[in-house]
Write a protein that binds this ligand. Sequence first.
Ligand code: HEM
Length: 433
Amino acid sequence: MKTILGDLPEFRKNPIKLSENATLNGSRIGEIRLFTRFYYISSDPYILRSILLDDASSWRKGPEVGRLSPAMGEGLIPAEGERWRIGRETLAPAFKPDEINHGLDVGADRLLRGIAHLASDHQTVDLHKLCGHATLVMTIQALFGCHFSSEYIEHVREAVAEGHDVMTQHAAQVVPPIKSKLSSSYRRLMRAVEVLDDIAEYIYYHMDECKMKKALMQLEQLLGYKAVRDEIVTLLVAGFETSANAGAWMLYHMAEKPELMQRLRTQHECVGSKPHEIAKQPLFSGLVKETLRLYPSAWWFARTANRDVAFEERTIPKNASILVVPWALHRNPRLWDAPNTFDPDRWVEKRIPQDRFSWLPFGAGPRACIGRNQAMIELGILAWLATSFDMLPLSGDTRNLKPEGGITLGPPPGSGLYVKMAVHEPQYGRLAA
Ligand code: HEM
């Protein structure tokens, strides 16, 4: 029986399980109560298509995402209305594939040598940290085209990871956090924000002449420097932890499956030599999609109703919030065969649901992820990089490893995702050069 706290104790213990239970019991819209706050919850393709696309104007992002604002300000993720429209239209050209792919290829080459250096000592590697560094190198190179030193990128990684960590704590508090200098968590948040402010300023004034620079300068003219700062921080935070988490799970599965690794290696010969071209090859792209199916980094996000919204089974009242849960959607046995099995070939052989709203790692509709193509290629490149190495999994069997459900889907608390890495022998000559 539930107490006055409702589902809060279970939410604190295991939010992923709670969301699964609330949505997989057959009802298209479930509900949970966290103390006094009531949420609807859905992982049904029909309902999600309506909320995110067909009837998107009846919904807004709502109060949950406001908890990200201390770091992201009015960046694209928390932005609403006219501020969001201007930001999205201005930044969109900078995410065109031509611009992104070149930066990703340059970043990939630099990374391969860096990882080879690490692997030459047969070191134990924390995949989350490795993927964090790798995705940040690629993100910075693709979006800002600048040639920062590895030390500076590591400084950015630490700052963004700290920002993400404090925001996770901040967002998880059911009662709004106290904004007082006496509160240690608020002071920690403010310190993290100051470092991110400096990084945004440094990047803006040192980035190459590229489409992103043009877009940010246009934004400064339209909305002032604060908008530039907010978008740079938002892009770093949004693009970093999400890709790093998915990358770590993907590489760990590769380490666990030598036969998959071997098949991926043989794909190189079939396609062009550019990393972004290899990343688009069907088995690589199936591997990335399957990773994002089982480990959708943004495992939940929310919408709030602008008016009463009627569905067949119930009406969501104005100002009520609904949680969209890709984690549960992607593991729904009514949509997916063997939903808990990691099977990249289901994408190659098209053994997937017909309704595209059954797979939503990047959301959908007007607020879909602006970096989704970049993220897919980054992850494909990470998989390609990993084929140059032999990896021995050290954290146990993936069937027993449960992700941590914070703002994003992190590595398993306690065990993490560790491997022992060595250069794959046939690559030795090339990488030692
Ligand atoms: C595996 C990696 C990623 C995942 C799983 C992911 C997931 C998502 C999801 C689900 C949303 C929509 C949230 C909602 O509707 O409330 C979103 C939005 C967004 N993402 Fe990503 N993302 C990833 C990578 C990236 C990258 C690489 C960037 C940029 C560098 C990025 C930037 C953004 C931005 C700016 C938004 C807000 C878009 C808007 O509202 O107009 N993301 N992301």
